[in-house]
Design a protein around this ligand. Structure first.
Ligand code: SF4
Ligand code: SF4
Length: 211
């Protein structure tokens, strides 16, 4: 099968960077993830913080210990379906409550609420942030595309929870929180957001609005 998205490397500003190229107009986010996710264990992708080998498996510096994870819309729906919890129950159970009261979405952290015995308990449902994060150099265009997809998916979740009356602006925002909310507000107008709101899987999210 010819992949609709291809991975490649190129020197950019004197540094070897990892990139992806979308080669088919019908490519979806699932196509991108299919070629991207195996890179976490690929010895061909050098990882800055890997311990021992260039693989995320068994990495002692496991970024799940300190990750700031904001689920995207599809991930959130999948976690609710997997755990049998409603949206409201999920927010209480899995999200950092101080952030939530300030109007900020963030999984309980330090380590991530879903990390158990060094393993992710929701691996098949994990967020786009988790799926895309690699401690390696990315090419500028690729970084921009991934960033746009991830923030659009997060903006969709903010929109959904606000519509449900489950998330509202609070007090106690840090400077970082304010910048994050400003960014999310900008992405509410993104042409890809509607798809995130209605999709049940990454197969239903087209990559074209991000190119
Ligand atoms: S991405 Fe995370 S788990 Fe993978 S090598 Fe880097 S720090 Fe370790
Ligand atoms: S959801 Fe899973 S992959 Fe993501 S940070 Fe938490 S434990 Fe790690």
């Amino acid at each position: 099968m010819t992949e609709r998205v291809q991975v490649y490397k190129r020197i950019e500003n004197g540094t070897l960077g990892l990139g992806v190229r979308v080669v088919n107009d019908n490519a979806t986010l699932a196509d991108l993830l299919r070629v991207w996710e195996p890179l976490s264990d690929s010895p061909e992708v050098a990882k800055k913080y890997a311990s021992g080998s260039d693989s995320c498996k068994g990495c002692l510096n496991n970024c799940c210990n300190s990750a700031f994870v904001i689920p995207d819309m599809i991930c959130f729906k999948a976690i609710c379906a997997e755990t049998g919890l409603s949206s409201a129950e999920s927010l209480v159970r899995w999200f950092d409550q101080a952030s939530l009261h300030a109007g900020i979405l963030r999984l309980r952290y330090g380590p991530c609420v879903f990390l158990n015995d060094r393993l992710c308990q929701i691996y098949p449902q994990r967020s786009l942030i988790c799926r895309f994060y690699l401690c390696t150099d990315l090419l500028g265009e690729t970084e921009e595309m991934i960033y746009s997809v991830v923030i659009t998916g997060i903006a969709a979740l903010y929109h959904f929870l606000e519509q449900e009356g489950l998330l509202m602006a609070g007090t106690g925002l840090t400077g970082y929180d304010r910048s994050m909310l400003k960014l999310i507000d900008e992405y509410r107008q993104h042409p890809g957001m509607q798809e995130f709101l209605t999709a049940d899987s990454y197969h239903q999210v087209s990559l074209m609005p991000y190119l």
